[in-house]
Design a protein around this ligand. Sequence first.
Ligand code: ADP
Length: 348
Amino acid sequence: MKRSRRLASSLRDLRNAASQLPDAVVLLDRQQQIRWFNRAAENLLGLRRPDDRGAPLQQRLAGSELAAWLHDGAHEPLADATAPGRADSQLNVSLLPFGDQEQLLLAHDISHLNRLEQVRRDFVANVSHELRTPLTVIHGYLELLDPDDMPELAAVLGEMRTQSKRMGQIVEDLLTLSRLETQHRIVDERVPMAPLLATMRKEAEALSQGRHRIVLESTAAADLLGSPKDLHSALSNLVSNAVRYTPTGGSITIRWERVPDGAVYSVSDTGFGIAATHLARLTERFYRVSSSRSRDSGGTGLGLSIVKHVLNLHQAQLQIDSRPGVGSVFSCHFGRARLLTPGGNDDE
Ligand code: ADP
């Protein structure tokens, strides 16, 4: 008797504690019917007691992103979904199995984090925007000064021009990133690949100035569907990196080829390569393997972040294979839905 009272009291404590959790918790039976939920679930998911006890969760959340996710099997956690109980809140939701085919739905309110992220994005965008005009003025005046008129300051002037150009490039890259971050969709247009690839080759040659062997292999016979400006910027960033991180005498190959589930644009080089420990962090802003090498070659440290964002907007994936001292391959995998027949006006 004593034992069962102790058990009942522990159970009550557990429920009381769970009901106070800031995350929404819903216990579901085998049929995904609601067995129990806490206060946060009332607030965030809009569940009501006692009516919703025993109700099928999917039906109870009908019309919401969460219901669609449950309907599709909820295999992966759902990120950034609008809270069914509060339109101004966003949730990260996961479904965990427990007991005998029962499930636990957990929803974490990320609105606060999202707001902080928005403040960070706005701050970066505003600072970059504010810096643009003064930098343009400084750059303009520096261009007006003729080193021949002041030979003793020629070296200083040269360095000032290089640095002001670098600052200008950083500001432009930050503004591009801000725009890409706030953009959730792109306006799809046909991007003819033959001229774009020819431009890539020309850009590589111009940057290399004869120091590398540049090869273009285009066998995909496919155009892309997406944003011409953003795709140009992403594909050309990879070419520029290959040239900048490959010593004189190396070769660079730009490829556009078919794979079973789409097409791949890749840039291979025989350059310095990258140690495996760096690969996962390479697309972070300002992450560089070697700061001096990046700076000396005119890098801003933002190129691969831009590439990643542009590819995300096109539902494409970036793959990096590299070996120090041997070279690197940066590949962009585009799905079938992004491919168009050149010259035609049909989607494939
Ligand atoms: P950066 O402007 O510094 O080149 P990126 O974002 O384009 O910035 O690249 C991040 C870092 O990744 C570079 O600083 C460099 O260390 C490394 N990296 C990028 N591409 C290559 C490459 N093709 N070969 C070797 N290292 C590379």
